[in-house]
Design a binder for this molecule. Structure first.
Ligand SMILES: Nc1ncnc2c1ncn2[C@@H]1O[C@H](COP(=O)(O)OP(=O)(O)OP(=O)(O)O)[C@@H](O)[C@H]1O
Length: 693
């Protein structure tokens, strides 16, 4: 068996000298910094010969990953030039330092996703996967990534880079966590690829000695290459016995020549220059990459059935809760009663007639009986003081006081009207003290007390053969032009609620999906593989749209069929508007995801926008009731005009040609364009979709 030392010193001498080969990558005067005090590349020159392995070595933090990310276009130089010989993105196999793979996917699903992304057929993917799994000693292909060891996960990440048999391999520490035997066979494979298949490989590694198998070594320190030559030559020229020693010698010489490794000390930093893309661009919309994205989403959905179920159940629960909790009249409210016209208190009511024209008997029982039918609970008190005390303690929401001669005075008032005595007017009134600390309960009780009183009078008039209309308020509320005369608060808010859900559900899903990929590096890896923003958005919108269609259908059925909220207008117009609101929500999600680098930032952005949107868009209160400045601000928000439009369709059956309706559609189109524009500008400014992780 070969010893470790022998393995490491194996150099393929049959291949032509690297110096004689054409450069696959040429870097000249590369400068890069992450801030004035954080200069990483200081005029670095590098030449990677075609058909060879280039081992890029250097201490941790010297800028190897930064350099590789500039080569693959994840990052950009401040000045200098990177030339990559006629390479499209599909011809590159890139293994980033971070794993950049879905933890919940199986090995096969992971490879299939990247395979589709590179335009491979299913057959090719299956065949190549089998080869790679065997070569890299990976577990069976149906094992999920999160059950693999750290080393196995890195090998899987490595296999993605090899999957489509690329011309140029850029590998950032592929052998971390790999045992020496497998590491040796990986190097053998790389050597075979370069010598027999004329591929080019750039590899970084912390295990300096394994890089002796490279054809060229680039030793990086202090933002430049200390040396760039074949390993043996490097060792011999520095009178060393191994690469590590050679590197130390070179570092000493560099320091002796006055070169300081301190990043903050660099004085003559050149001005920024416009950088050309290092790799050839592909077309903006390629079916295979859209297919890959769709396949990935399918895999993700299969693996996250609980989340999918949640996304379906959530709107159901929200809509049902909304209808069962909002707008309904409070039941079983308590009222304190002091009735001085009944000798034995309310117990007398059981003996007194509640129907018929008995106007000489106490009438308060009839009124209280009607109140009881509204589910109001009576608590009887002897005197006003103790009843008031009960209201103060919140044992009752109000106190009703009937005087000793209440019924007699009431009949006088009714009979003599404007000729009634002051005493009759005083004692015929039911005195009420309300707890108005809760506006809704107070107002609803007041409404019930007044309307029940009218019903009470009408019932007496009717039983006595008098015209009941004479007992009512002389206002004739005819059939409403739109809606009905006793609308519910839910009818007002339902259009807003569905719009809000349809906007925020896709927004949340979009932000979650993109941030997860962004933070794990998957998004950048797929971008390096050629996926464009247009492809990402197209596939995302397609999938989201299907999900949203299902969610919207469920919500429509619950709100407008089961709970019978009014929807008198065109359903197709309402659905078209909701579809636009949903796409708008997705686009807002895209924008949040590119702006925010962390889930916390995105959550804060979502929450921060949610409350102003709900409050300023006329969702819970009419715009007409707002401060005039806020009213104008409200009209500028994404959901104000669409909510108005939905109300116009659902409650008034207005057609598209009505300004209240078409303005809602136009506002959605405007906001979609705006969010997309901001998203593209931010991606351009940030030069990609790098996560903060
Ligand atoms: N986005 C960033 N913003 C600020 N500084 C950064 C950023 N990315 C990298 N750096 C800094 O740049 C320097 C070079 O980082 P880089 O990851 O390129 O080093 P490396 O040589 O690959 O290190 P290692 O071998 O440990 O992976 C480090 O000091 C790092 O902290």
């Amino acid at each position: 068996m070969e010893t470790e030392e022998n393995k490491m010193t194996t150099i393929d001498t049959s291949s032509p000298s690297p110096a004689d080969r054409e450069p696959a990558i040429q870097i000249r005067k590369a400068y890069k910094r992450y801030g004035p005090q954080n200069v990483i590349l200081k005029g670095l020159d590098m030449t990677v010969p075609e058909g060879s392995i280039y081992g890029l070595l250097g201490p941790s933090g010297c800028g190897k990953t930064t350099l590789l990310s500039c080569i693959v276009g994840r990052n950009e130089l401040d000045s200098g030039e990177i030339k990559v010989k006629s390479c499209t993105r599909r011809e590159i196999g890139y293994m980033p330092q971070e794993l950049a793979i879905y933890q919940e996917f199986s090995i096969y699903e992971t490879l299939a996703y990247y395979g589709y992304l590179f335009g491979m057929t299913k057959k090719q993917i299956v065949k190549r996967s089998e080869e790679l799994l065997q070569f890299l000693e990976l577990p069976p292909k149906d094992r999920t990534v999160d059950t693999l060891s750290g080393g196995q996960q890195r090998r899987l990440s490595f296999s993605i880079a090899l999957l489509h048999d690329p011309k140029l391999l850029i590998l950032d520490e592929p052998t971390v966590g790999v045992d020496p035997v497998l590491s040796h066979s990986i190097w053998q494979h790389l050597v075979m690829m370069t010598t027999q298949q004329h591929k080019t490989v750039i590899i970084t590694t912390h295990y300096i000695e394994e890089a002796r198998q490279a054809h060229t070594i680039g030793l990086m320190r202090g933002g430049i290459l200390l040396a760039e030559e074949p390993p043996l030559q490097l060792i011999m020229r520095n009178n060393s016995s191994n690469l590590e020693q050679a590197f130390l010698e070179l570092s000493k010489k560099q320091s002796a020549n006055g070169f300081d490794d301190d990043n903050s000390e660099f004085k003559d930093y050149p001005p920024k220059t416009e950088q050309k893309p290092t790799l050839k661009s592909d077309s903006l919309l390629t079916p295979c990459r859209v297919r890959a994205q769709l396949a990935k989403t399918m895999y993700w959905m299969q693996r996250n059935l609980a989340i999918m179920a949640f996304l379906i159940v959530l709107p159901i629960v929200q809509c049902v809760l909304f209808n069962l909790t909002i707008g309904r009249d409070p039941l079983n409210l308590h009222l304190a009663i002091v009735d001085e016209e009944l000798e034995n208190g309310l117990a007398d009511c059981d003996k007194l007639p509640l129907h018929g024209c008995y106007i000489d008997l106490p009438l308060s029982c009839r009124y209280l009986d009607l109140l009881k039918q509204k589910t109001i609970k009576m608590i009887e008190f002897e005197d006003i003081e103790s009843a008031k005390h009960a209201v103060v303690k919140n044992d009752a929401w109000g106190l009703l006081y009937f005087s000793t001669n209440y019924s007699e005075c009431l009949m006088q008032r009714l009979n003599y009207s404007h000729r009634a005595t002051d005493e009759a007017l005083d004692w015929s009134e039911i005195s009420i003290w309300m707890d108005m600390s809760n506006q809704y309960i107070g107002n609803l009780l007041k409404r019930d007390l007044i309307f029940t009183f009218i019903d009470f009078l009408k019932s007496i008039y009717s039983d006595c053969g008098w015209p009941p209309r004479a007992a009512g308020v002389p206002i004739d509320l005819r059939e409403a032009v739109y809606g009905h005369n006793n609308p519910s608060f839910v009818h007002f808010t339902a259009p807003a609620i569905i719009g809000l859900f349809v906007f925020y559900l896709p927004m949340m899903f979009t932000v979650g999906a993109i941030l997860m990929e962004k933070r794990s590096g998957i998004l950048e890896r797929t971008r390096v593989a050629g996926m464009t923003m247009i492809e990402l958005m197209t596939s995302h919108i397609f999938v989201q749209f299907l999900l949203l269609a299902l969610q919207t259908a469920i919500m429509m059925v619950i709100l407008f069929v089961i709970f019978d909220n009014p929807l008198v207008g065109s359903i197709s117009l309402a659905l078209a508007l909701l579809a636009l609101v949903g796409v708008n929500g997705m686009c807002y999600g895209f924008m949040c995801a590119v702006i925010c680098d962390s889930e916390i930032a995105a959550t804060l952005m979502g929450l921060g926008s949610f409350f102003p949107l709900v409050l300023l868009s006329g969702m819970v209160w009419p715009m007409e009731g707002m401060h005039y400045v806020l009213r104008w601000m409200g009209w500028l928000l994404p959901l104000t005009l669409s909510t108005e439009s939905f109300r116009a369709i659902s409650a008034r059956d207005w057609p598209f040609s009505h300004p209240s309706v078409w303005r809602g559609f136009v506002s959605q189109v405007f906001w979609i364009i705006y969010f997309l524009f901001v998203t593209f500008v931010i991606v351009k400014l940030k030069k990609g979709l790098r996560g903060a992780a």
